[in-house]
Design a protein around this ligand. Structure first.
Ligand SMILES: C[S@@+](CC[C@H](N)C(=O)[O-])C[C@H]1O[C@@H](n2cnc3c(N)ncnc32)[C@H](O)[C@@H]1O
Length: 138
């Protein structure tokens, strides 16, 4: 990250990570779905910009008025297949509409998910290539 970056944090809670991101010298906007939580975040970190935002309301995200170059979403504590669907929906929305150059998703469940996956490549034509169990990135 550099000084020209603007980081949009979706689901900042009381701003603990927002403060770390701001400390790197970037412009940061911490957002949360609840006004009550945002009020507390702002009280704890008065120098940081916080806004109420439902992460799925991409129009409201556009109305924040900044071209965000980095997107950060902390999903620790969330689990289950709904999480995966929500992340896919969010990534699709933000990568196509806001077009940040980097999206970071923090999630233990998501990190574990690839370890349960098996990569397949041309299995019908080249059976010797599939599955690629244990292949790096597989
Ligand atoms: C794991 S916490 C974030 C913790 C924060 N990164 C920190 O360092 O303290 C996830 C947050 O996402 C918020 N959240 C859940 N659904 C949301 C949504 N649709 N839009 C915005 N925030 C949401 C929750 O209210 C919760 O505060």
């Amino acid at each position: 990250m550099g000084p020209s970056d603007t980081v949009l944090e979706l689901g900042c809670e009381w701003g603990a990570t927002t403060q770390v991101l701001a400390g790197a010298g970037n412009e940061v906007i911490g957002t949360e779905v609840s006004q009550e939580v945002i009020t507390r975040a702002h009280r704890l970190h008065p120098d940081i910009r916080f806004e109420v935002l439902d992460a799925f309301d991409v129009r409201a995200a556009l109305n924040l008025g900044k071209a965000c170059t980095k997107l950060y979403r902390d999903l620790s504590g969330f689990s289950g297949y709904r999480l995966l669907l929500d992340v896919i929906a969010l990534l699709t929305i933000y990568s196509t509409v806001l077009r940040p150059d980097t999206i970071v998703v923090k999630s233990a469940a998501l990190k574990q998910f690839p370890s349960h996956c098996v990569a397949w490549r041309h299995s019908a034509l080249k059976p010797e290539l599939a599955p690629l169990r244990g292949e790096p990135g597989g």
